[in-house]
Write a protein that binds this ligand. Structure first.
Ligand code: CU
Ligand code: ZN
Length: 175
């Protein structure tokens, strides 16, 4: 009996310790527009794997089609005013995370912005659940920054600039 109790205690201790080393993180995404932050559209779950960071979206209520997807530098989803005096959705999130100062947008498998992720494809029923892999990121890179979905796709090139991403449509700050 004593041995069983010790085993139970040890299992419990391991479970309690899990958050300290289980490198995964859930981020709630909310729709955004020039007026501010709207309702939740679901979550993305990020985990470290031997392939790099895997992001598993569980989103619904979106229009079908392709969405550009990036990690932006700042931990804010608030709108801001651009150089032309126009209020823009999610502007406070800043640009694509680029810790190496490359100034180039090449997608997750390139050598540019490390915040470049694979586009998400939303099906006809408005949901998306296909994993994307970012080989140059780990979970800790997400903390204090914003994940953003853009209307339209992503060419993973600088022509047009930033992969041709459209308006910032949804955003979540990683804790
Ligand atoms: Cu973006
Ligand atoms: Zn980029």
């Amino acid at each position: 009996m004593r041995r069983v109790l010790i085993a139970v205690f040890l299992s419990f201790a391991v479970l309690c310790a899990a958050p300290a080393w289980a490198s995964s993180l859930d981020v709630v995404l909310r729709s955004i527009d020039a007026d501010g932050i709207g309702k939740s559209i679901g979550t993305v779950s990020a985990s470290d794997t031997d392939q790099g960071l895997v992001i598993r979206p569980n989103l619904k209520g979106l229009s079908s089609g392709e969405y550009g997807f990036h990690l932006h530098s700042n931990g804010s989803c608030e709108p801001g005013v651009n150089g032309d005096g126009v209020r823009v959705a999610g502007l406070k999130a800043g640009g694509h995370w680029d810790p190496d100062g490359t100034g180039t947008h090449e997608g997750p498998f390139g050598k540019g912005h490390r915040g470049d992720l694979s586009r998400l494809v939303v099906s006809a029923d408005g949901s998306t659940s296909t994993d994307v892999v970012a080989p140059r990121l780990v979970v800790d890179d997400l903390r204090g920054k914003a994940l953003i979905l853009h209307a339209g796709g992503d060419t993973y090139t600088d022509t047009p600039p930033l992969g041709g991403g459209g308006a910032r449509a949804a955003c979540g700050v990683a804790g």
